[in-house]
Design a protein around this ligand. Sequence first.
Ligand SMILES: Cc1cc2nc3c(=O)[nH]c(=O)nc-3n(C[C@H](O)[C@H](O)[C@H](O)COP(=O)(O)OP(=O)(O)OC[C@H]3O[C@@H](n4cnc5c(N)ncnc54)[C@H](O)[C@@H]3O)c2cc1C
Length: 363
Amino acid sequence: MKRIVLVGGGHSHLHCVKKLKANKQPDIEWVLVSSSRYQYYSGMFSGFVEGLYEESDIRIDLLQLSKWVGIQFIELTISSIDPINNTLYSASGQTISFDYVSFDIGSLNIDPNIPNLANNSIAVKPNHLFPKHINDLRCSKHPVIVGGGASGIEMALSLLAWKKKHTPNDSEVTLVHSSPLLHSTGIRSSKIITQLAHKSGLNVVSKETVATVTKENLITQKGIRINYSHLIYLGGPQASPLFRNSSLPTDSHGFMLIKSTLQNIRYPHIFGAGDCISIESDLNIPKNGVTAVRQGPVLWKNLNRIVQKKDLLEYQPQKNYLALISIGNHHALLIYGTFATSGKWTWHAKNWIDRRFMNQFQT
Ligand SMILES: Cc1cc2nc3c(=O)[nH]c(=O)nc-3n(C[C@H](O)[C@H](O)[C@H](O)COP(=O)(O)OP(=O)(O)OC[C@H]3O[C@@H](n4cnc5c(N)ncnc54)[C@H](O)[C@@H]3O)c2cc1C
């Protein structure tokens, strides 16, 4: 009997757990370990902030899901791994042994290199930390969101949409960013989102990089002070300290380095997927939910194949993928390659895709 431990209830592991319902091998024991019983789906955070979804719409009950497929669920945060003695450790000293382990623990949103950011901003990641801040955020006088990527823009525009609807006389929201908005998705989408952001009444502060944070202000590298009542930093995914603390091979940012078979480059019995890993042969694969979902089927097959001593499959990243960014009031921006368009139907497409994804796991 071999024991496979899945650490983190992220997208790729959700796929593995779902597959177990009909495909459990008698010689493999599966265990799911995650920090929270609930796995929140960040693709629906924007709709949640805007008040279009309830908390129960945007989360998966990992305990129920595990019971449904017949595996053990342990609510625990893993803080380190001993790759030689095949043991996982929690900060409180709890241990879990394994034959094979896979990490799909996502990323963090707070950049540890920005002084005082951790004490003064809202943790959006891990995802289960975010919903408890929703009321404070909506009632906040001068909320500031940092980050010109998809998550920062969605968060700012959905909060603005909620405020305009519920507190129209008090609807200030500021977005601070350094590079052009959505610069990684091309000129057309960047232009469209910049126009939409200005039209919406969002207070956009461009070409500013956060240098440090005080209790009430963020201070940019050019010395500009921006007052905030609540601050959310979405300047790009940050690595969990787990891998560096365990002396596992990582990239320069601390994400676990793996091969295209999703195996750790040094320890073939350690796997990983989603935001928490970087693939050695292509360090630029974007860290987003789409990538994590796509890695799920390869991870599932390879975890089974390694026990059966079969050759492993390689994950092939997609060149183009569909991105749907909610811009408030049941509208979304659709981006595919260099094509971009916005409208109401695109939001309905996003809503349909997101709900269909969640329906698979809300048992
Ligand atoms: C506001 C916002 C909106 C976004 N919107 C989109 C979007 O619309 N589309 C898109 O593709 N991407 C979106 N993203 C990016 C997306 O959230 C991530 O890329 C995606 O969640 C990564 O999935 P994952 O499977 O790696 O991990 P996650 O979905 O983050 O799941 C990780 C899980 O591991 C658990 N965990 C963490 N640490 C530990 C530990 N040490 N021990 C045990 N368990 C642990 C967590 O509790 C969580 O359950 C958004 C991000 C943000 C912040």
